[in-house]
Design a binder for this molecule. Structure first.
Ligand code: GLC
Length: 471
Protein backbone atom coordinates (compact mmCIF):
# COMPACT_ATOMS: atom_id res chain seq x y z
CA UNK A 1 0.00 0.00 0.00
CA UNK A 2 1.41 3.38 -0.99
CA UNK A 3 -0.26 6.52 0.33
CA UNK A 4 0.73 10.12 -0.23
CA UNK A 5 -0.39 12.63 2.42
CA UNK A 6 -0.89 16.10 0.98
CA UNK A 7 -0.89 18.88 3.55
CA UNK A 8 0.15 22.47 4.26
CA UNK A 9 1.39 21.54 7.73
CA UNK A 10 3.65 18.79 8.98
CA UNK A 11 5.46 18.80 12.31
CA UNK A 12 8.27 19.78 12.82
CA UNK A 13 8.67 21.50 9.44
CA UNK A 14 5.59 23.75 9.53
CA UNK A 15 3.08 23.96 12.35
CA UNK A 16 0.18 26.24 13.17
CA UNK A 17 -2.16 23.75 14.82
CA UNK A 18 -2.78 20.13 15.65
CA UNK A 19 -3.03 19.12 11.98
CA UNK A 20 0.75 19.44 11.78
CA UNK A 21 1.14 16.94 14.62
CA UNK A 22 -1.18 14.52 12.87
CA UNK A 23 0.57 14.74 9.49
CA UNK A 24 3.97 14.49 11.20
CA UNK A 25 2.98 11.33 13.08
CA UNK A 26 0.40 9.27 11.18
CA UNK A 27 2.74 8.42 8.25
CA UNK A 28 5.38 7.11 10.68
CA UNK A 29 2.90 4.71 12.19
CA UNK A 30 1.63 3.69 8.78
CA UNK A 31 5.21 3.00 7.72
CA UNK A 32 5.65 0.90 10.84
CA UNK A 33 2.60 -1.10 9.72
CA UNK A 34 4.42 -1.88 6.47
CA UNK A 35 2.69 0.67 4.29
CA UNK A 36 4.67 3.14 2.24
CA UNK A 37 3.55 6.53 3.52
CA UNK A 38 4.89 9.80 2.14
CA UNK A 39 4.07 13.44 2.77
CA UNK A 40 4.15 16.34 0.33
CA UNK A 41 3.90 19.92 1.58
CA UNK A 42 4.79 23.40 0.32
CA UNK A 43 8.42 24.44 0.59
CA UNK A 44 7.87 27.35 2.99
CA UNK A 45 10.71 29.62 3.91
CA UNK A 46 12.30 27.58 6.73
CA UNK A 47 15.74 26.58 7.81
CA UNK A 48 15.38 23.31 5.88
CA UNK A 49 19.11 22.61 6.00
CA UNK A 50 18.85 21.60 9.64
CA UNK A 51 16.85 18.56 8.49
CA UNK A 52 19.54 17.35 6.10
CA UNK A 53 20.32 17.71 2.43
CA UNK A 54 17.68 18.08 -0.26
CA UNK A 55 17.48 16.45 -3.60
CA UNK A 56 15.48 17.78 -6.54
CA UNK A 57 13.31 15.01 -8.00
CA UNK A 58 11.06 16.86 -10.43
CA UNK A 59 10.75 20.23 -12.18
CA UNK A 60 7.65 21.40 -13.96
CA UNK A 61 5.41 24.30 -14.82
CA UNK A 62 1.90 25.33 -15.84
CA UNK A 63 -0.17 28.42 -16.57
CA UNK A 64 -2.09 29.78 -13.60
CA UNK A 65 -4.29 32.52 -15.02
CA UNK A 66 -1.81 35.15 -16.34
CA UNK A 67 1.24 33.69 -14.57
CA UNK A 68 3.50 30.87 -15.59
CA UNK A 69 4.23 28.84 -12.46
CA UNK A 70 7.52 27.01 -12.27
CA UNK A 71 7.97 24.55 -9.46
CA UNK A 72 10.40 22.03 -8.13
CA UNK A 73 9.69 18.95 -6.01
CA UNK A 74 12.37 18.32 -3.41
CA UNK A 75 12.99 15.11 -1.55
CA UNK A 76 14.27 15.14 2.02
CA UNK A 77 16.09 11.85 2.33
CA UNK A 78 17.09 12.19 5.96
CA UNK A 79 13.69 12.53 7.57
CA UNK A 80 12.98 9.65 9.90
CA UNK A 81 9.97 7.39 9.64
CA UNK A 82 8.45 8.50 6.32
CA UNK A 83 9.29 9.98 2.92
CA UNK A 84 9.02 13.76 2.84
CA UNK A 85 8.70 15.93 -0.27
CA UNK A 86 8.26 19.68 -0.49
CA UNK A 87 7.11 21.71 -3.46
CA UNK A 88 9.02 24.92 -4.04
CA UNK A 89 7.13 27.60 -5.96
CA UNK A 90 9.11 30.83 -6.16
CA UNK A 91 7.03 33.87 -5.29
CA UNK A 92 4.32 31.80 -3.60
CA UNK A 93 5.78 29.90 -0.65
CA UNK A 94 9.14 31.49 0.02
CA UNK A 95 7.60 33.67 2.70
CA UNK A 96 7.76 33.50 6.51
CA UNK A 97 4.12 32.65 7.30
CA UNK A 98 2.06 29.64 6.29
CA UNK A 99 -1.34 31.32 5.93
CA UNK A 100 -3.02 34.71 5.75
CA UNK A 101 -1.76 36.28 2.56
CA UNK A 102 -3.94 38.14 0.08
CA UNK A 103 -3.15 35.58 -2.61
CA UNK A 104 -3.88 32.51 -0.45
CA UNK A 105 -6.25 31.14 -3.11
CA UNK A 106 -3.61 31.41 -5.85
CA UNK A 107 -1.05 29.83 -3.51
CA UNK A 108 -3.17 26.83 -2.59
CA UNK A 109 -4.34 26.20 -6.16
CA UNK A 110 -0.74 26.46 -7.39
CA UNK A 111 0.40 23.95 -4.77
CA UNK A 112 -2.36 21.47 -5.58
CA UNK A 113 -1.82 21.72 -9.32
CA UNK A 114 1.93 21.31 -8.90
CA UNK A 115 1.41 18.13 -6.88
CA UNK A 116 -0.96 16.69 -9.49
CA UNK A 117 1.36 17.71 -12.35
CA UNK A 118 4.20 15.87 -10.64
CA UNK A 119 2.03 12.79 -10.03
CA UNK A 120 0.80 12.63 -13.61
CA UNK A 121 4.35 12.75 -14.93
CA UNK A 122 5.23 9.69 -12.81
CA UNK A 123 5.38 6.22 -14.09
CA UNK A 124 2.05 4.54 -13.28
CA UNK A 125 3.90 1.81 -11.38
CA UNK A 126 5.58 4.26 -9.00
CA UNK A 127 2.52 6.41 -8.35
CA UNK A 128 0.84 6.27 -4.93
CA UNK A 129 -2.43 4.33 -4.84
CA UNK A 130 -4.08 6.70 -2.41
CA UNK A 131 -3.99 10.49 -2.08
CA UNK A 132 -4.81 11.48 1.46
CA UNK A 133 -5.65 15.20 1.61
CA UNK A 134 -5.82 17.27 4.79
CA UNK A 135 -8.16 20.28 5.18
CA UNK A 136 -9.36 22.74 2.59
CA UNK A 137 -5.97 23.81 1.19
CA UNK A 138 -5.84 20.43 -0.47
CA UNK A 139 -9.61 20.13 -0.97
CA UNK A 140 -9.62 20.65 -4.74
CA UNK A 141 -7.38 17.65 -5.35
CA UNK A 142 -10.16 15.02 -5.34
CA UNK A 143 -12.06 17.08 -7.94
CA UNK A 144 -9.05 17.86 -10.15
CA UNK A 145 -7.71 14.31 -10.01
CA UNK A 146 -11.08 12.96 -11.10
CA UNK A 147 -12.24 15.56 -13.62
CA UNK A 148 -9.47 17.78 -15.01
CA UNK A 149 -8.51 16.73 -18.55
CA UNK A 150 -4.81 17.22 -17.95
CA UNK A 151 -4.87 14.83 -15.00
CA UNK A 152 -6.89 12.11 -16.70
CA UNK A 153 -4.14 9.64 -15.84
CA UNK A 154 -4.94 10.10 -12.17
CA UNK A 155 -8.66 9.46 -12.17
CA UNK A 156 -8.36 5.99 -10.75
CA UNK A 157 -6.24 6.98 -7.75
CA UNK A 158 -8.30 6.69 -4.58
CA UNK A 159 -8.76 9.90 -2.61
CA UNK A 160 -9.33 10.21 1.11
CA UNK A 161 -10.02 13.58 2.71
CA UNK A 162 -9.64 14.40 6.40
CA UNK A 163 -11.55 17.29 7.94
CA UNK A 164 -9.50 18.67 10.80
CA UNK A 165 -11.75 21.69 11.08
CA UNK A 166 -14.90 22.33 9.06
CA UNK A 167 -15.06 25.97 10.11
CA UNK A 168 -12.40 26.80 7.52
CA UNK A 169 -13.64 26.01 4.02
CA UNK A 170 -11.46 28.17 1.77
CA UNK A 171 -14.41 29.35 -0.36
CA UNK A 172 -13.67 31.81 -3.19
CA UNK A 173 -15.55 33.52 -5.98
CA UNK A 174 -16.44 31.84 -9.25
CA UNK A 175 -14.49 34.69 -10.90
CA UNK A 176 -11.35 32.78 -9.98
CA UNK A 177 -12.44 29.68 -11.87
CA UNK A 178 -9.71 30.62 -14.35
CA UNK A 179 -7.12 29.40 -11.82
CA UNK A 180 -8.28 25.80 -12.29
CA UNK A 181 -7.31 23.49 -15.13
CA UNK A 182 -9.93 22.76 -17.81
CA UNK A 183 -12.67 20.21 -17.10
CA UNK A 184 -16.00 19.29 -18.61
CA UNK A 185 -18.45 22.10 -17.82
CA UNK A 186 -21.18 19.82 -16.52
CA UNK A 187 -18.95 18.96 -13.53
CA UNK A 188 -18.89 22.48 -12.11
CA UNK A 189 -21.58 21.62 -9.55
CA UNK A 190 -18.97 19.48 -7.82
CA UNK A 191 -17.05 22.64 -6.94
CA UNK A 192 -19.97 24.73 -5.85
CA UNK A 193 -21.51 25.51 -2.50
CA UNK A 194 -23.72 28.58 -2.05
CA UNK A 195 -22.60 30.14 -5.32
CA UNK A 196 -18.92 29.99 -4.56
CA UNK A 197 -16.13 27.53 -5.25
CA UNK A 198 -15.85 25.80 -1.89
CA UNK A 199 -12.82 23.48 -1.57
CA UNK A 200 -14.06 21.81 1.61
CA UNK A 201 -17.51 21.10 0.14
CA UNK A 202 -15.92 19.93 -3.11
CA UNK A 203 -13.68 17.50 -1.22
CA UNK A 204 -16.70 16.10 0.63
CA UNK A 205 -18.46 15.58 -2.69
CA UNK A 206 -15.53 14.22 -4.71
CA UNK A 207 -13.26 12.30 -2.33
CA UNK A 208 -13.80 8.56 -2.37
CA UNK A 209 -13.94 8.71 1.41
CA UNK A 210 -13.87 11.50 3.97
CA UNK A 211 -13.42 11.46 7.70
CA UNK A 212 -13.38 13.68 10.72
CA UNK A 213 -10.78 13.36 13.47
CA UNK A 214 -13.25 12.01 16.02
CA UNK A 215 -16.61 10.28 15.88
CA UNK A 216 -18.12 12.91 18.19
CA UNK A 217 -17.22 15.69 15.74
CA UNK A 218 -18.83 13.89 12.81
CA UNK A 219 -22.05 13.53 14.80
CA UNK A 220 -21.97 17.26 15.52
CA UNK A 221 -21.38 18.17 11.88
CA UNK A 222 -24.56 16.34 10.87
CA UNK A 223 -26.51 18.98 12.79
CA UNK A 224 -24.23 21.95 12.86
CA UNK A 225 -21.63 21.92 10.12
CA UNK A 226 -20.90 25.57 9.37
CA UNK A 227 -23.49 25.52 6.61
CA UNK A 228 -22.42 22.13 5.24
CA UNK A 229 -24.61 19.93 7.47
CA UNK A 230 -27.02 19.04 4.63
CA UNK A 231 -24.13 18.02 2.39
CA UNK A 232 -22.40 16.07 5.15
CA UNK A 233 -25.61 14.20 5.90
CA UNK A 234 -26.17 13.35 2.27
CA UNK A 235 -22.59 12.07 1.87
CA UNK A 236 -22.63 10.22 5.22
CA UNK A 237 -22.40 6.87 3.47
CA UNK A 238 -18.72 7.43 2.73
CA UNK A 239 -17.83 9.15 6.01
CA UNK A 240 -16.15 7.94 9.17
CA UNK A 241 -14.78 9.33 12.41
CA UNK A 242 -11.22 8.23 13.09
CA UNK A 243 -9.79 9.51 16.35
CA UNK A 244 -6.33 11.05 16.21
CA UNK A 245 -3.56 9.54 18.22
CA UNK A 246 -0.48 11.27 19.52
CA UNK A 247 3.14 10.62 18.66
CA UNK A 248 4.12 8.74 21.79
CA UNK A 249 7.77 8.79 20.73
CA UNK A 250 7.81 12.60 20.69
CA UNK A 251 5.53 12.81 23.74
CA UNK A 252 7.30 10.46 26.10
CA UNK A 253 7.69 11.71 29.69
CA UNK A 254 10.55 9.26 30.20
CA UNK A 255 12.71 10.54 27.35
CA UNK A 256 11.31 13.82 25.93
CA UNK A 257 14.46 15.84 25.10
CA UNK A 258 12.58 19.11 25.67
CA UNK A 259 12.00 18.27 29.36
CA UNK A 260 14.40 19.02 32.18
CA UNK A 261 12.93 16.32 34.43
CA UNK A 262 12.06 12.81 33.27
CA UNK A 263 9.60 10.25 34.53
CA UNK A 264 11.37 7.41 36.28
CA UNK A 265 9.25 5.28 38.57
CA UNK A 266 6.87 7.59 40.36
CA UNK A 267 4.44 9.88 38.57
CA UNK A 268 4.10 11.97 41.75
CA UNK A 269 7.85 12.60 41.90
CA UNK A 270 7.86 13.47 38.18
CA UNK A 271 5.03 15.96 38.65
CA UNK A 272 6.55 17.49 41.80
CA UNK A 273 9.95 18.04 40.22
CA UNK A 274 8.55 19.26 36.90
CA UNK A 275 6.31 21.69 38.74
CA UNK A 276 9.23 22.95 40.82
CA UNK A 277 11.06 23.76 37.55
CA UNK A 278 8.04 25.59 36.15
CA UNK A 279 7.60 27.53 39.39
CA UNK A 280 11.27 28.46 39.52
CA UNK A 281 10.97 29.87 36.01
CA UNK A 282 7.68 31.71 36.56
CA UNK A 283 7.86 32.69 40.22
CA UNK A 284 4.68 30.79 41.07
CA UNK A 285 4.09 28.81 44.27
CA UNK A 286 4.79 25.07 43.92
CA UNK A 287 2.36 24.28 46.75
CA UNK A 288 -0.68 25.64 44.93
CA UNK A 289 -2.39 23.97 41.96
CA UNK A 290 -1.55 25.25 38.48
CA UNK A 291 -4.29 25.54 35.87
CA UNK A 292 -2.93 25.69 32.36
CA UNK A 293 -4.29 26.76 28.98
CA UNK A 294 -2.26 26.15 25.84
CA UNK A 295 -3.48 26.91 22.36
CA UNK A 296 -4.49 29.41 19.77
CA UNK A 297 -6.16 32.39 21.38
CA UNK A 298 -9.26 32.09 19.25
CA UNK A 299 -13.01 32.27 19.76
CA UNK A 300 -13.48 28.63 18.72
CA UNK A 301 -11.13 27.57 21.51
CA UNK A 302 -13.21 29.57 24.01
CA UNK A 303 -10.11 31.69 24.63
CA UNK A 304 -12.20 34.87 24.71
CA UNK A 305 -13.72 33.54 27.96
CA UNK A 306 -10.41 32.59 29.58
CA UNK A 307 -9.68 35.86 31.32
CA UNK A 308 -13.19 35.91 32.84
CA UNK A 309 -13.16 32.24 33.83
CA UNK A 310 -9.70 32.35 35.40
CA UNK A 311 -10.23 35.81 36.91
CA UNK A 312 -13.48 34.67 38.53
CA UNK A 313 -11.89 31.49 39.86
CA UNK A 314 -8.86 33.29 41.29
CA UNK A 315 -11.13 35.89 42.92
CA UNK A 316 -13.11 33.14 44.64
CA UNK A 317 -10.05 31.24 45.86
CA UNK A 318 -6.70 32.74 46.74
CA UNK A 319 -4.94 29.37 46.58
CA UNK A 320 -5.13 28.69 42.82
CA UNK A 321 -2.82 29.84 40.01
CA UNK A 322 -2.85 29.82 36.24
CA UNK A 323 -0.60 29.92 33.22
CA UNK A 324 -1.66 30.70 29.66
CA UNK A 325 0.53 30.01 26.63
CA UNK A 326 -0.62 30.95 23.16
CA UNK A 327 -1.12 33.71 20.66
CA UNK A 328 -3.89 34.83 18.37
CA UNK A 329 -6.62 37.43 18.58
CA UNK A 330 -5.00 40.70 19.81
CA UNK A 331 -8.04 41.57 21.95
CA UNK A 332 -7.84 38.25 23.77
CA UNK A 333 -4.09 38.68 24.17
CA UNK A 334 -4.71 42.05 25.83
CA UNK A 335 -7.34 40.69 28.21
CA UNK A 336 -4.88 38.01 29.29
CA UNK A 337 -2.10 40.54 29.80
CA UNK A 338 -4.45 42.44 32.10
CA UNK A 339 -5.25 39.25 33.96
CA UNK A 340 -1.55 38.79 34.65
CA UNK A 341 -1.20 42.39 35.84
CA UNK A 342 -4.19 42.10 38.13
CA UNK A 343 -3.23 38.75 39.67
CA UNK A 344 0.49 39.33 39.35
CA UNK A 345 1.39 36.74 42.00
CA UNK A 346 -0.78 33.95 40.59
CA UNK A 347 -1.20 34.39 36.85
CA UNK A 348 1.34 34.14 34.05
CA UNK A 349 0.67 34.69 30.37
CA UNK A 350 3.08 33.85 27.61
CA UNK A 351 1.81 35.40 24.39
CA UNK A 352 3.76 33.24 21.98
CA UNK A 353 4.07 29.86 20.34
CA UNK A 354 6.84 27.88 22.03
CA UNK A 355 7.06 24.11 21.70
CA UNK A 356 9.70 23.63 24.42
CA UNK A 357 7.79 25.68 26.95
CA UNK A 358 4.60 23.80 26.03
CA UNK A 359 6.20 20.42 26.82
CA UNK A 360 7.51 21.70 30.16
CA UNK A 361 4.19 23.22 31.12
CA UNK A 362 2.27 20.01 30.37
CA UNK A 363 4.75 18.23 32.63
CA UNK A 364 4.54 20.82 35.41
CA UNK A 365 0.83 21.69 35.47
CA UNK A 366 -1.86 20.01 37.55
CA UNK A 367 -4.88 20.77 35.38
CA UNK A 368 -5.41 21.72 31.75
CA UNK A 369 -8.42 23.82 30.84
CA UNK A 370 -10.00 23.42 27.37
CA UNK A 371 -13.19 25.48 27.16
CA UNK A 372 -13.44 25.01 23.37
CA UNK A 373 -16.58 25.94 21.47
CA UNK A 374 -15.45 23.62 18.68
CA UNK A 375 -12.94 20.80 19.06
CA UNK A 376 -12.77 18.33 16.16
CA UNK A 377 -10.37 16.15 18.13
CA UNK A 378 -8.02 18.11 20.36
CA UNK A 379 -4.58 16.77 21.11
CA UNK A 380 -3.66 18.91 24.10
CA UNK A 381 -5.88 16.96 26.50
CA UNK A 382 -4.00 13.83 25.44
CA UNK A 383 -0.58 15.47 25.86
CA UNK A 384 -1.68 16.64 29.30
CA UNK A 385 -2.83 13.18 30.42
CA UNK A 386 0.25 11.54 28.95
CA UNK A 387 2.28 13.82 31.25
CA UNK A 388 0.14 13.01 34.27
CA UNK A 389 -2.13 16.06 34.20
CA UNK A 390 -5.89 16.23 34.57
CA UNK A 391 -7.98 17.86 31.81
CA UNK A 392 -11.02 20.06 32.39
CA UNK A 393 -12.91 20.17 29.12
CA UNK A 394 -16.18 21.04 27.44
CA UNK A 395 -18.29 18.07 26.41
CA UNK A 396 -17.77 18.47 22.69
CA UNK A 397 -16.25 16.74 19.63
CA UNK A 398 -13.07 14.85 20.37
CA UNK A 399 -12.93 16.09 23.96
CA UNK A 400 -16.08 14.13 24.69
CA UNK A 401 -14.52 11.06 23.07
CA UNK A 402 -11.23 11.20 24.99
CA UNK A 403 -11.98 12.49 28.49
CA UNK A 404 -14.11 10.29 30.67
CA UNK A 405 -15.72 12.26 33.51
CA UNK A 406 -14.36 11.45 36.96
CA UNK A 407 -16.63 9.35 39.13
CA UNK A 408 -16.32 7.01 42.12
CA UNK A 409 -15.30 4.21 39.82
CA UNK A 410 -12.85 5.88 37.48
CA UNK A 411 -12.51 8.61 34.85
CA UNK A 412 -9.79 11.00 33.78
CA UNK A 413 -10.97 14.56 34.12
CA UNK A 414 -13.74 17.10 34.49
CA UNK A 415 -16.33 17.70 31.82
CA UNK A 416 -18.82 20.56 31.57
CA UNK A 417 -21.54 21.39 29.07
CA UNK A 418 -21.87 25.13 28.83
CA UNK A 419 -19.32 27.85 28.50
CA UNK A 420 -20.84 29.75 31.37
CA UNK A 421 -18.94 31.20 34.34
CA UNK A 422 -20.92 29.52 37.14
CA UNK A 423 -20.90 26.12 35.53
CA UNK A 424 -17.17 26.28 34.82
CA UNK A 425 -16.47 27.57 38.33
CA UNK A 426 -18.28 24.53 39.74
CA UNK A 427 -16.01 22.04 37.97
CA UNK A 428 -12.92 24.12 38.72
CA UNK A 429 -13.89 24.12 42.41
CA UNK A 430 -14.34 20.35 42.32
CA UNK A 431 -10.87 19.99 40.83
CA UNK A 432 -9.44 22.22 43.57
CA UNK A 433 -10.94 19.86 46.18
CA UNK A 434 -9.37 16.91 44.37
CA UNK A 435 -5.99 18.65 44.49
CA UNK A 436 -6.33 19.01 48.27
CA UNK A 437 -6.78 15.24 48.56
CA UNK A 438 -3.28 14.15 47.59
CA UNK A 439 -4.10 10.46 47.48
CA UNK A 440 -7.03 10.77 45.08
CA UNK A 441 -5.08 13.19 42.91
CA UNK A 442 -2.25 10.70 42.64
CA UNK A 443 -4.67 7.93 41.65
CA UNK A 444 -6.08 9.95 38.77
CA UNK A 445 -2.60 10.92 37.57
CA UNK A 446 -1.56 7.32 37.62
CA UNK A 447 -4.62 6.36 35.62
CA UNK A 448 -4.11 9.12 33.05
CA UNK A 449 -0.48 8.39 32.44
CA UNK A 450 -1.27 4.78 31.61
CA UNK A 451 -3.87 5.48 28.90
CA UNK A 452 -2.82 4.36 25.44
CA UNK A 453 -3.20 7.30 23.07
CA UNK A 454 -0.78 5.99 20.48
CA UNK A 455 -1.50 6.07 16.77
CA UNK A 456 -1.30 2.34 16.22
CA UNK A 457 -5.02 1.71 16.29
CA UNK A 458 -6.05 4.70 14.15
CA UNK A 459 -3.17 4.25 11.70
CA UNK A 460 -4.52 0.78 11.07
CA UNK A 461 -8.07 2.12 10.69
CA UNK A 462 -6.85 4.47 7.96
CA UNK A 463 -5.03 1.64 6.19
CA UNK A 464 -8.18 -0.49 6.36
CA UNK A 465 -10.16 2.39 4.93
CA UNK A 466 -7.75 2.75 1.98
CA UNK A 467 -7.83 -1.00 1.42
CA UNK A 468 -11.63 -0.96 1.23
CA UNK A 469 -11.44 1.83 -1.37
CA UNK A 470 -9.01 -0.13 -3.51
CA UNK A 471 -10.90 -3.41 -3.21
C1 GLC B 1 -7.52 21.01 14.27
C2 GLC B 1 -8.63 20.85 15.30
C3 GLC B 1 -8.20 20.01 16.49
C4 GLC B 1 -7.57 18.71 15.99
C5 GLC B 1 -6.44 19.01 15.01
C6 GLC B 1 -5.80 17.75 14.47
O1 GLC B 1 -6.53 21.84 14.77
O2 GLC B 1 -9.08 22.13 15.75
O3 GLC B 1 -9.29 19.71 17.31
O4 GLC B 1 -7.07 17.98 17.08
O5 GLC B 1 -6.94 19.75 13.93
O6 GLC B 1 -6.69 16.93 13.78
Amino acid sequence: MHVLHISYECYPFAKVGGMADVVGALPKYQTALDARASVVMPHFNRDWDQYGTLESVFEGGFHLDWEYIRFVVLRHPEVEGFELYSVGIPGKFDRPEIYSYRDDVQRSVAFQRAVLTWLSAMDAATRPQVLHCHDHHTGLIPFMAAHAYEFAELNRIATCFTIHNAAYQGAFSWDLLRLLPAFHGDRSGLLDWNDAINPLASAIKCAWHFNTVSRGYLDELFHSGHGLEGLIRSEAGKASGILNGIDTAVWDPASDPLLEVHLKRSIDVFKRKSKAEVCAGTDLDPKLPIYLFIGRLAYEKGADMLASILGDFMSHYDDVQCIVLGSGDPQIENKLRHLEQFFHRRARTFIMYNETLAHRLYAGCDFLLMPSRVEPCGLNQMYCMRYGGIPIVRRIGGLRDTVEPLSESGGNGYVFDHLEINEVRNVLSASRRLYQDGKQMSKVRQRNISIDFSWEHSAKQYLDTYASLLA
